[in-house]
Design a binder for this molecule. Structure first.
Ligand code: FEO
Length: 404
């Protein structure tokens, strides 16, 4: 059965959700599934904005068929040529052989890399600021390279001021009938997942997000339609403000994330003690993670949120413990910057973890090291003295941070 919702009189959401999926991109855990959005505009001409993942093809094609109600499809706008959104292009070209596929040079390059169907006759090449009139609706195209792939475009519908933003403004999490962010307790149920999505999927490309924002009439936008998660029609500025912080690597909140690796509990013991010392000094909302237990995407997300990061790890095989190396190398790969950090190493017969963490942080921009220290095997009184001093330093630094 078809399952669609109008987002305006003549623009219809025709997406669906997948709750069976375990991991997005076979990498990021999804406890509540994910939505794949697609939008169909009915005007003198018809235009579809992106398709969906192969997991929901049947629902999607039924929605297309129902919504077109016998009309043909004139345009398929391909804002993003990643398989979770382009899996059904071939099926649509076969159904509507006259359809114009609207994309840029990279779009068609990637199509030909993924698929074998000859779309030479269907290609409709656009570049920055090009427009297509559908009748009342006018689509204007803005290239958004590396947000988060090179072919990404945003499409701005000028008559109703609607931004079709590809993956930007998306979130993990399936939709449950409520399509609009204002129909949901977004901050409770989606904000953490929106941040985890941003940090891990788009986070590396903050400069590119800022570049495309500079081309858009942000204050005029009435509605944001991302490819994943809820549609924004009220308080649009609230999610734009989050993106302004996230894409400039600006902490949302003063606070401390403590991420540790621990083989026998000794490093964990030191971090637990440090956390207690910070709490006694008035630091609230401490976030502590065992990197061997918590998927790194959640840790990365909290590092995006908070101003300070403590990492603690034993040496293993004369190297930084692999799970900690994974977290820190991922943060470096994502271009994380502008945080204050402290380092606790631990070793029994050779020290390498402390140096390993220092090296990774030094490769990142504006990561101020507030302290770096090695524990020998298990924390003792002389270590407690250092932890006391470190907690004084971190707490003072936290309270110096401007409140967001
Ligand atoms: Fe949702 Fe970049 O694909």
């Amino acid at each position: 059965m078809h399952n669609t919702r109008n987002i305006t009189e003549n623009i219809i959401w025709i997406g669906a959700s997948d709750r069976r999926i375990e991991r997005f991109e076979n990498l990021f855990p999804l406890s509540h599934g994910i939505a794949y959005n697609s939008y169909l505009i009915l005007d003198e001409k018809t235009a579809l904005l992106d398709t969906v993942d192969g997991s929901i093809t049947d629902q999607f094609l039924e929605n297309v068929n129902h919504t077109l109600a016998g009309r043909t499809l004139d345009y398929l706008i391909v804002n993003h040529m990643e398989p979770d959104h382009c899996a059904n292009i071939e099926a649509l070209v076969r159904r509507y052989p006259q359809v114009k596929l609207v994309g840029n040079k990279k779009t068609f390059q990637f199509f030909n890399q993924y698929y074998t169907l000859d779309i030479t006759e269907n290609q409709y090449l656009v570049s920055e600021n090009d427009e297509i009139s559908l009748g009342k609706h006018v689509l204007q195209f803005h290239l958004a390279p590396m947000v988060h792939w090179p072919e990404v475009m945003f499409t701005y519908e000028k008559s109703e001021h609607i931004l079709f933003s590809a993956d930007a403004f998306g979130t993990f999490g399936a939709l449950s009938g409520n399509l609009f962010a204002d129909e949901i307790d977004f901050d409770r149920y989606f904000l953490d997942e929106a941040r985890r999505y941003y940090a891990n999927i788009v986070g590396k490309y903050g400069a590119q997000v800022q570049a495309v924002f500079s081309k858009l009439p942000l204050s005029e936008i009435n509605m944001i339609c991302p490819l994943h998660g809820p549609v924004w029609r009220e308080q649009v500025s609230s999610i734009i403000e989050k993106y302004q912080l996230w894409s400039t690597y600006t902490p949302e909140k003063k606070g401390v994330v403590l991420a540790y690796a621990s083989m026998y509990g000794n490093t964990e013991n030191a971090v637990q003690k440090l956390a207690s010392l910070l709490a006694v000094r008035g630091v609230k909302d401490l976030r502590m993670y065992d990197v061997s237990k918590t998927d790194l995407s959640y840790i990365v997300s909290d590092v995006w949120k908070y101003s300070h990061l403590v990492t603690a790890s034993p040496t293993y095989n004369l190297h930084l413990y692999a799970k900690m190396a994974n977290v820190l190398e991922d943060l470096a790969a994502l271009n994380m910057r502008n945080r204050k950090v402290a380092i606790l190493g631990n070793y029994t017969w050779a020290s390498a973890a402390k140096k390993g963490m220092e090296t990774i942080f030094s490769s990142m921009q504006n990561m101020e090291v507030l302290g770096s220290y090695d524990i020998k095997s298990s924390p003792k009184d002389e270590d407690l003295a250092y932890l006391e001093t470190l907690s004084d330093t971190i707490a003072a630094s936290v309270f110096e941070e401007p409140q967001q």
